[in-house]
Write a protein that binds this ligand. Structure first.
Ligand SMILES: Cc1cc2nc3c(=O)[nH]c(=O)nc-3n(C[C@H](O)[C@H](O)[C@H](O)COP(=O)(O)OP(=O)(O)OC[C@H]3O[C@@H](n4cnc5c(N)ncnc54)[C@H](O)[C@@H]3O)c2cc1C
Length: 436
């Protein structure tokens, strides 16, 4: 019997991992990437320099024995280090269990490692490829060079701006909804200190929450930090004190984050030269057409505030492998997985509000500590953050627990108010009866 064939469009993060997964199952795989080979010419991805890798991503990497290779260059981030507007700095651990942390990894390094692993596993890699036409029903691709390829499965792993998704939408196979955030992002840089030292606490994800906007910083192995501003693109009418990219400048960065800006010698250049990236959520009502399936950002791009876009894409790959092993159709895989992709999209939007508006409050920190201690004692009471970041629990169940926690909280409040009222009435009644 001849081996089944797959064509993967996109050699970013998810495409090469999918290649490794399919090779593990004996498929013949060709991967087509429109850019050049980053291993030869350096990484020019143009998006965030580093990423938070957590349990779901690590588990998918482990399936193809890549977890150790990737984690050897990672920096653990054990909690959020909050820099408030008064200049106070506090650490909020992600979990009461010390074994639970997230990892800062370099996007470029990870991309090269994945491409290398895919090639070693026997995936045929083709770079600088232009795709002229796609037939989703027959998993056929015609290249700009005139060459034609055909397969049993075509995977669209070509990111948020997916060409394959557009072909499917134009053919009426799916409807894609894209909702952009009013915020954009810009990267700034904190270099290593003297002798390669760390200018901020090393094993943390730093956050400067400012209500309505924020800056974060992730550590890099060379001692530097990559900072990302998440600011509104336009200024809101009347909100003169709020920052925005339309009215902002390097001086506004200095005024808003003085402790960080004092460590940014290239602030003026970074502000002028680094673009403002767009952030949004893409939801498709279907992810498949004929023999073609979308995965990763092509199917479900999300805003980056839960650090889950790549992790979710890697989990797609693991679950697709299990689905193939069960002999399921791509349609069955997509139908099941979409529920969880929709859930993490909602959770990511919710976490933006939590990070920028709530993390600075001492009540939030106390509440988190209490919940984490409870979750250590009773594992079934894990915080939503822990469920999303440190377990494989389906995202849809994590979202449900967040929503029901809200309902329980309001229920308890109502119950507490009612029971205090009843108790007060009883006491007044008792006092009156004694008096009479
Ligand atoms: C600011 C920011 C911070 C983020 N931080 C995190 C984080 O901390 N943790 C996390 O898990 N996720 C994070 N993400 C999300 C993460 O970057 C994405 O989810 C992830 O890159 C998706 O991988 P992908 O392979 O699906 O798409 P991509 O990484 O975009 O790869 C798509 C590839 O397809 C190629 N391509 C596109 N069109 C074609 C074509 N027509 N033909 C051939 N090739 C094509 C592209 O060149 C690219 O190489 C962040 C995103 C942003 C914007």
């Amino acid at each position: 019997m001849t081996a089944p064939r797959a064509i993967i469009i996109g050699g970013g993060l998810v495409g090469p991992l999918a290649g490794c997964m399919l090779r593990q199952r004996g498929w013949q795989v060709t991967l087509l990437e429109k850019r050049g080979d980053p291993r030869a010419q350096g990484y020019g991805g143009g998006r965030s320099i580093n990423l938070a890798l957590s349990h779901r991503g690590i588990r998918a990497l482990a399936e193809v024995e890549l977890d150790r290779r990737v984690l050897q260059d990672a920096i653990p981030m054990r909690g959020r280090c909050i820099h408030d507007a008064q200049g106070d700095v506090t650490m909020q651990p992600y979990s009461a269990r010390s074994s639970r942390f997230i990892n800062s990894v370099s996007r470029g390094g990870l991309n090269c490692t994945l491409l290398e692993a895919a090639e070693q596993a026997g995936v045929e890699l083709m770079f600088d490829v232009a795709i002229d036409a796609v037939d989703c029903d027959s998993a056929g691709v015609r290249l700009g060079s005139g060459a034609a390829l055909e397969a049993d499965l075509l995977l669209g792993a070509d990111g948020a701006g997916s060409q394959i998704r557009s072909v499917m939408a134009d053919a009426g196979a799916l409807v894609a909804e894209q909702v952009m955030l009013p915020h954009g992002y810009k990267e700034l840089h904190i270099p290593p200190g003297d002798g390669g030292s760390w200018q901020l606490a090393r094993e943390a994800l730093h956050i400067w929450p400012r209500g309505g906007s924020m800056m974060i910083a992730l550590p890099n192995p060379d001692g530097s930090f990559t900072c990302t501003l998440f600011w509104p693109k336009e200024s809101e009418p009347g909100a003169h004190e709020r920052v925005s990219f339309a009215t902002g400048s390097a001086d506004v960065v200095r005024q808003t984050y003085p402790d960080a800006a004092a460590r940014m010698p290239s602030l003026e250049d970074d502000w002028s030269n680094n673009p403002v990236g767009a952030l949004g959520t893409i939801r498709c009502d279907r992810w498949h057409m004929g023999r073609t399936l979308l995965i990763g950002d092509a199917a479900h791009a999300i805003v980056p505030f839960y650090g889950q876009g790549m992790n979710a894409g890697f989990e797609d790959v693991r679950l697709l492998g299990e689905s193939i092993d069960r002999g399921e159709s791509v349609e069955a895989f997509a139908r099941k997985r979409k529920v969880d992709a929709d859930a993490i999209a909602d959770l990511a939007l919710h976490n933006f509000i939590e990070m920028r508006d709530h993390t600075a409050s001492p009540q939030f920190a106390r509440r988190q500590r209490r919940r984490q201690r409870l979750s250590k004692l009773f594992p079934w009471l894990q915080t939503t953050y822990e469920q999303v970041t440190f377990t494989d629990r389906p995202y849809s169940l994590a979202l449900r627990s967040l929503r029901s926690r809200g309902m329980i909280f309001h229920g308890l409040l109502a119950w507490q108010v009612t029971s205090w009222t009843i108790l007060a009435c009883l006491l007044v009644g008792l006092a009156l009866s004694r008096m009479s």
